[in-house]
Design a protein around this ligand. Sequence first.
Ligand SMILES: [Zn+2]
Length: 155
Amino acid sequence: MSAGGLARDCMSDALHLVCPHCQAINRLEAARLAEAPRCGQCHRPLFAGEPVELTAASFARNIQRNDIPVVVDFWAPWCGPCQMMAPQYVAAAVELQPDVRVAKLNTEAEPAVAAEFTIRSIPTLVLFRAGREVARQSGALGKSEVVRWVRGHLG
Ligand SMILES: [Zn+2]
């Protein structure tokens, strides 16, 4: 929490954003966030209309190198509540981006990442800021609950 003010000061001009497609780190003016920015390397949109699927290979880079907060939905294909929440989470992504990077992690495909973050039940949402966990919550949420939960922790 104490890092919040510091991060905001550093973010006044340029932001670093990890491309969800090629993982290149883009540097762009904060004011350009809302202008549907594209990756300087692969030229694809830095914000798609849906959550970014993270893997063990891309997880740390996305958590640590994005200057915007990152929210991750830890889920699994066999989990009923996760399936119910999925379209709600997509709708939340549309609303939260580009202020927040909205991502997901398949705990069945990437159990090592789930273990590293001590995920005990799914779905679990974890909010990261400047590489550190700032909040987590377990259980399926609707779209507006996700948006409210994320924004409530970013103040
Ligand atoms: Zn790219």
